[in-house]
Design a protein around this ligand. Structure first.
Ligand SMILES: [Zn+2]
Length: 60
């Protein structure tokens, strides 16, 4: 379960496991795909690396 602010309906909802349609490991974290309560397909990056700056960004 995660909290997500939907870009389509502009509301923050709890997203339950049953709404998740995909999970993918990426270089910037774990990208979770799901269907919002409003019906919009959304993604959220989570996990240990979510929101971290890369060394290139810090050095810039
Ligand atoms: Zn929504």
């Amino acid at each position: 379960m995660l909290a997500h602010h939907c870009a389509a309906c502009d509301e923050t909802y709890l997203i339950f496991d049953s709404q998740i349609t995909g999970v993918m490991n990426t270089g910037h974290g774990i990208e979770i795909s799901f269907t919002c309560w409003c019906g919009a397909e959304q993604t959220q990056v989570t996990g240990r690396y979510a929101g971290r700056r890369t060394p290139d960004v810090v050095a810039a």
